[in-house]
Design a protein around this ligand. Structure first.
Ligand code: FAD
Ligand code: DHB
Length: 393
């Protein structure tokens, strides 16, 4: 099999890349380890930055998002039992849309298959070769048959645990890493949201987040120990902890309902530099991970592939690979700013086990500053709605 760009992984990064390339007349094939049903049902991120919303709309796949997505103009930050609103639209002129990552994945899969694109699901034994050659190749097996996909470039969009980053020789990459001493216990509840906007709460028992997926389904998270066994968390215990952390002096609380799904997600910050090796380009979680506070993971994955598609389009149109060669540098400037924001949101909202009383007072002062100073609030809002993506020429 032969194509122009071989893409490993059908997450938001791989699917969006294939879609953008198709619009530029560039062929690609995606190979994916899981089934179509699995990737379309996997519940993960839920907040789309303005730039992500715009690119979905501009490239013709925003129709369902416009109908079903929930437009949010602000967020609330809770501490010391009071909630403070940050009006993002007032401060930046932009907004975010709450629309599940798996819905974006569904829309992208439909668009790809609807326009004759090729996604090979359920592949096994994936490996990539000849990365420094003009014609790299992806080996995989489909239904027990070994296949080879010959291409001009490979996009490693296979997430944090994928094989692409791991196929780069040791010493070619530098890793920057931080592991946090807590995790998020996340639930999806069959309960209508009790207010429109998200609430990020810093409570003495730990962080809690109130979010949603639709007018009928609430999404909530609790800071917990990374080694926490989900089996120790009965539905009653989860609701009791959520209510303790989220209820404000005004009596607001989330609606309760049957818990549809629960899981524990560890938290880390991780970046590799550069995001390229020979003809392999890493994009999304295969190159970097952010802690979830601030909802940047999927947005960052989409931003990477916009840069990559731009570079590939320039190359295929004019034979000039300068823009493509700048891929890693262009992405990393923004990646590090998003890393900074996700780390900062995490650091102001969570309880750190080793924090002393000075750290505690300083953290409260920081929350007070951000929610009472227009300059402080604007900085948060500017990052939350998404920093601009500066595509060079
Ligand atoms: P992925 O979405 O991970 O896609 C990679 C794809 O590659 C997968 O479909 C995988 O099956 C496939 N793959 C892997 N290995 C191979 C292989 N060898 N061959 C072929 N295919 C392969 N972000 C937020 O902003 N908010 C959240 O609430 C949030 N919650 C999360 C919860 C969990 C459990 C996880 C893991 C992540 C969460 N994230 C969240 C992060 C966000 O979902 C990711 O940043 C986003 O999915 C990145 O997209 P991606 O396309 O780079 O990678
Ligand atoms: C969600 C996840 C986040 O990490 C966040 O900051 C806000 C919302 C969510 O899953 O809804």
């Amino acid at each position: 099999m032969r194509t122009q760009v071989g893409i490993v992984g059908a997450g938001p990064a791989g699917l969006m890349l294939a879609h953008l390339l198709h619009l530029q007349g560039i062929e690609s094939v995606i190979i994916e380890a899981r089934s179509r049903q699995y990737i379309e049902e996997r519940v993960r991120a839920g907040v789309l930055e303005q730039g992500t919303v715009d690119i979905l709309n501009r490239t013709g796949i925003g129709e369902r998002m416009r109908k079903e997505g929930l437009l949010h103009h602000g967020i609330e930050i809770g501490f010391q039992e009071k909630r403070h609103r940050i009006d993002m639209t007032d401060l930046t002129g932009k907004a975010v849309v709450v629309y599940g990552q798996h819905e974006v994945v569904k829309d992208l899969v439909n668009a790809r298959l609807g326009s004759g694109g090729k996604i090979v699901f359920n592949v096994e034994q994936v490996s990539i070769h000849r990365l420094n050659d003009e014609h790299p190749v992806i080996h995989f097996s489909e239904n027990g048959t070994l296949e080879q996909l010959h291409c001009d470039y490979i996009a490693g969009c296979d997430g944090f645990h994928g094989i692409c980053r791991q196929s780069i020789p040791e010493g070619a990459l530098t890793v920057y890493d931080r592991i946090y001493p807590f995790a998020w216990l996340g639930i999806l509840a069959d309960a209508p949201p009790s207010q429109e906007e998200l609430v990020y709460a810093n409570h003495e028992r730990g962080f809690a987040l109130y979010s949603m997926r639709s007018p009928k389904v609430t999404r909530l998270y609790l800071q917990c120990d990374p080694a926490e066994d989900i089996a120790n968390w009965s539905d009653d215990r989860i609701w009791s902890e959520l209510l303790t952390r989220l209820i404000g002096v005004d009596g607001w609380q989330p609606n309760q309902g049957p818990i549809l799904q629960k899981s524990v997600t560890p938290m880390r910050s991780f970046v590799v530099e550069p995001m390229q090796y020979g003809r392999l380009f890493l994009a999304g979680d295969s190159a970097h991970i952010v802690p979830p506070t601030g909802a940047k993971g999927m947005n960052l994955a989409i931003a990477d592939v916009r840069v990559l598609a731009h570079g590939l389009a320039a190359y295929y149109k004019s034979g000039n690979s300068e823009t493509l060669a700048a891929y890693s540098e262009t992405c990393l400037r923004r990646v590090w700013k998003v890393q900074r924001f996700s780390w900062w949101m995490t650091s102001i909202l969570h309880r750190f086990p080793d924090a002393n009383s000075f750290d505690q007072r300083r953290q409260t002062a920081e929350l007070d500053y951000v929610t009472s100073s227009e300059a402080g609030a604007r900085s948060l809002a500017e990052n939350y709605v998404g920093l601009p993506l500066n595509l060079a020429n």
